[in-house]
Design a protein around this ligand. Structure first.
Ligand code: ADP
Ligand code: MG
Ligand code: ZN
Length: 652
């Protein structure tokens, strides 16, 4: 927080109310009080004028008229209430006062009455302008004061709860001077060994710069942590703060973004000014994609000027300091692809540290770290848990551990058992167990659908082995899912992709065969299949008609138009549809050949709701394609795992 904090604390909203009240009072005091008894124009002409008692008239500011009554006439009946002042002395006048709409109107009326009451012609009518300087000042000060008050109010609103009024251009970075403030250390970060090595090196740069510069090398200026959400980027940065023993500035990219033009840039400037004062130090910008998006990419007129100038300022600052100064800029993002190329150029964020989804060993370690503070039963098998959570990132695992603890508490246990962890995993995968009761017919459809996936995957050679099938409905629309244990893979062959689609279509195919109609339950499957098919055609050159071409989606994003002709577009659609059709045919064929297995499996599912791989094997025997393969895969690595069905409405 900046130093301003606290200084302006005494300024509360009540002061504003107070000032306004004072102003209103002032206006009251200094405005003219009309003296005299208030009457209307008509009363004047119909009652006062006919009496013939009017001595003189004073027209003030062309707005109202003061009527003075002849002192002798005051003694007449009817003037009792204006005869004396409040103090009892004779009232010198004005005795009556009335407002006039327009002066011309009044004058003509006066003339008209003068015909009837000629004495009116002889009485003096004086025109005066009464003005108070104070009143005038008040009149134009009030709006200004109100404007100022409003402005201050807005400022305070926008600069957040900190209460700073005039610190727009100031950075909101938090500075950590004393590493003890941070409770996170490298010990709390599991897995990520390479990333940890790299950041340790950076800390080392700052501690012993000589060691590295002696040979003429340059210390990197910027380090970018890249990885999917929840892989521990922020955590790692915090650990650096805890271990570095140099000042650590921490700021989030979105904090540079403000409604006012120029604020972001000046905040960047301020951040680096402070950093230079405190060097050697580390500046950490979390979620840098908020400002670092490629410039001029989205052609929204005027929309991104502000972000652009913020980014420019960041680039300027990063060029501006000498790396010997000892400032290292760390940044984190999960979208390195949208970052501006200029940011990634050597001399800026030239180092990239990739934080990948943890592998099985990493997951095991992360589980252990998060179990440190939990009361875990001795029978909990961490390795098994890691095996069950392919594709999970650190944040998911932290979530699983917490859910398991809550579940165990709800079940009145004194320790968290394996069962709780397994249920917690299911919960994280599929959302909460749904309390709703689905009708037996719907349940049957879901069972056959899932059994369809399972049987098809069982019979195919190139697909991931099944781990379990369930038809327990969960929140977020999932009515069941088949879970696989995939091998960690970076390259897919055409056969694998094809068979993947066949498995995904197995659910719909089973519904078609058994019930002869289609349901909405396959929407997720179809989306995935469509995506795979289009990718095969458009990106991986796996279609014969189109040949070896690859169109990336990024090109489309930039230009808002497709980088191929209408003709090609039609061909792509046609080819993709052809591929999906073939896959569906194959799924149908497999299921028709194994219709008994399908029925047995579905009926068993209806009974038990959950079937593990072993139970499936009991029902339909060992997978014909590759017994060895399936066994082996269980011990191996795994990546993304599950497939949840969505049900958006009743089956039709
Ligand atoms: P992001 O990469 O999105 O910044 P975070 O660093 O905020 O992710 O991670 C969120 C949470 O997930 C952390 O607070 C921590 O509890 C847990 N976590 C993520 N990665 C790890 C890890 N490698 N080791 C231990 N915990 C982790
Ligand atoms: Mg983060
Ligand atoms: Zn499905």
């Amino acid at each position: 927080m900046s130093k301003e904090n606290g200084k302006k604390k005494g300024f509360s909203v009540y002061w504003i109310y107070f000032i306004i009240a004072l102003l209103l009072l002032g206006i009251q005091l200094f405005t003219f009080q009309k003296s005299g008894k208030e009457i209307t124009v008509n009363e004047f002409f119909s009652r006062v004028v006919p009496s013939g008692d009017v001595e003189r008239l004073v027209v003030v500011n062309k707005e109202y008229v003061e009527v003075f009554i002849h002192p002798d006439s005051l003694q007449k009946a009817g003037y009792e209430d204006v005869r004396t002042t409040v103090f009892g002395t004779p009232n010198p006048g004005p005795h009556f006062v009335f407002s006039i709409g327009s002066l011309e109107h009044f004058e003509s009326k006066l003339e008209e009455y003068a015909q009837q009451y000629p004495y009116l012609k002889t009485i003096p009518v004086k025109y005066v302008v009464k003005r108070s300087i104070l009143r005038d000042i008040m009149m134009w000060m009030v709006p200004i004061v109100i404007l100022i008050v409003l402005w201050i109010f807005l400022m305070r609103r926008m600069s957040g709860p900190g209460g700073q009024i005039f610190s727009f251009g100031k950075t909101k970075a938090r500075v950590i001077q004393n590493p003890d403030e941070v409770k996170v250390s490298f010990k709390d970060v599991a897995g990520l060994d390479e990333a940890k090595e790299e950041v340790k090196e950076i800390v080392d740069f700052l501690k012993n710069p000589k060691k590295y510069t002696a040979l003429g090398g340059k210390i990197p200026k910027g380090v970018l942590l890249v990885g999917p959400p929840g892989t521990g980027k922020t955590l790692l940065a915090k650990a650096v703060a805890g271990e570095a023993h140099v000042p650590f500035f921490s700021v989030s990219g979105s904090e540079f973004v403000e409604m006012f033009v120029g604020v972001g840039a000046s905040r960047v400037r301020d951040l680096f000014r402070q950093a230079r004062e405190k060097a050697p130090c580390i500046v950490f910008i979390d979620e840098i994609d908020a400002i670092g998006r490629a410039r001029g990419k989205y052609l929204v007129p005027g929309g991104n000027d502000e972000r652009e100038s913020t980014l420019n300022q960041l680039l300027v600052e990063m060029d501006g300091f000498d790396s010997r100064l000892g400032i290292i800029v760390m940044a984190a993002t999960n979208r390195p692809d949208v970052l501006d190329k200029a940011l990634l150029r050597p001399g800026r964020f030239d180092r990239q540290i990739i934080l990948d989804r943890p592998d099985i060993k990493g997951r095991e370690e992360i589980f252990k770290i998060h179990m440190r503070d939990l009361k875990v039963a001795p029978d909990v098998d961490v390795h098994k848990l890691a095996l069950l959570t392919p594709g999970f990132v650190g944040a998911d695992i932290a979530n699983v551990c917490n859910e398991a603890a809550l579940l165990a508490a709800r079940r009145n246990k004194s320790q968290i058992e394996m069962e709780d962890f397994v249920d917690a995993i299911d919960k994280v995968i599929g959302g909460l167990r749904r309390k709703i009761v689905i009708s037996p017919e719907e349940k049957k459809i879901v069972a056959y659908h899932e059994a369809g996936h399972a049987v098809v995957s069982w019979m195919l050679k190139h697909v991931d082995p099944l781990y379990k099938v369930t038809i327990i409905p969960r929140a977020m629309g999932s009515l069941g899912f088949a879970q696989y244990l995939p091998k960690e893979r970076y390259i897919y062959t055409k056969e694998q992709m094809m068979e993947h689609m066949v498995v995904a279509l197995g659910g719909r195919a089973a519904e078609e065969i058994i019930f002869g109609h289609q349901s909405t339950g396959a929407q997720n499957d179809l989306e995935r299949v469509t995506q795979i098919a289009y990718n095969m055609v458009k990106k991986f050159g796996m279609s014969e008609k189109l040949g070896l071409v690859a169109f990336s989606e990024r090109d489309e994003e930039v230009s808002f138009q497709k980088p191929y002709s209408e003709e090609t577009a039609r061909l792509i659609d046609e080819e993709a549809r052809q591929i999906v059709y073939k896959a569906y045919e194959q799924a149908l064929k497999i299921l028709k050949e194994n219709i008994d297995h399908l029925k047995n499996l579905a009926e068993e599912l209806l009974k038990k709701e959950v079937l593990t791989k072993e139970e499936v094997e009991d029902i339909i025997g060992k997978p014909p394609a590759s017994e060895v393969n399936q066994e082996k895969n269980l011990q191996e690595e795994s990546i993304e795992a599950t497939e949840a069905e969505s049900s958006n409405g009743k089956p039709s």
